[in-house]
Design a protein around this ligand. Structure first.
Ligand SMILES: Cc1cc2nc3c(=O)[nH]c(=O)nc-3n(C[C@H](O)[C@H](O)[C@H](O)COP(=O)(O)O)c2cc1C
Length: 179
């Protein structure tokens, strides 16, 4: 479907090429999360850069968009609890490992903690959330998943940044005095 042309400079119809959209959206920086759970003694991980905090504070809701083709989502969608870890500085290789095609090898030599509810957390992350699934809505080729946060922990590591299909680190800008 061709989208409407807006009457602003440099904004144009993008046709129906998903790669055009994908590379344009890569301009938007985000953090990277991994949703992880242990079910019947097997650990499952779903890495997502579409993760978003602050959807609601009361109740405390966060969101993530999950590809409908995800095999891992089918395995974790009925989990009692999901562990969410926001990757920290220096965890780019770990992020790729946990998103690799070889699902059985994702957790090999990865330092984790599993809580009593089966939520799996990655060590040295920037932030940890223990969540339950609140609502799953249809969103085109993705599921829009709202997660309710039950517990949280703030790590000491700075967050890893995903931008332009690369991992980056935060750099302090020149200081701007806000008066
Ligand atoms: C940096 C990065 C960001 C990703 N973001 C998402 C995302 O937001 N949503 C999603 O469904 N998959 C995302 N993926 C892909 C999944 O992590 C995973 O590779 C894919 O779901 C296939 O594995 P599965 O079939 O085991 O789920 C991302 C992968 C990487 C490396």
């Amino acid at each position: 479907m061709t989208q409407d042309v807006l009457t602003r400079p440099k904004v144009r119809a993008f046709g129906d090429d998903p790669m055009t959209v994908r590379s344009a959206f890569a301009q938007f920086p985000s953090g990277v999360a991994v949703l992880a759970a242990e079910i019947c003694k097997e650990k499952h991980a779903l890495v997502a850069s579409s993760f978003m905090v602050g959807v609601s504070l009361e109740p405390c809701l966060v969101a993530v968009a999950v590809q409908k083709s995800s095999e891992t989502w089918e395995l974790i969608k009925d989990a009692n609890r999901l562990g969410v870890s926001i990757f920290g500085k220096g965890q780019g290789d770990l992020t790729r490992k946990l998103a690799s095609k070889d699902r059985a090898a994702r957790f090999e030599q990865v330092a984790i903690e599993v809580d009593r509810e089966g939520a799996v957390f990655i060590e040295d992350a920037a932030l940890w959330l223990e969540c339950s699934i609140h609502k799953v809505s249809d969103a085109g080729d993705h599921w829009m998943v709202l997660l309710e946060v039950g517990k949280l922990g703030v790590g000491e590591n700075e967050p890893l940044i995903w931008h332009g299909a690369k991992f980056r680190e935060l750099v302090s800008a020149q200081s701007f005095d806000v008066k």
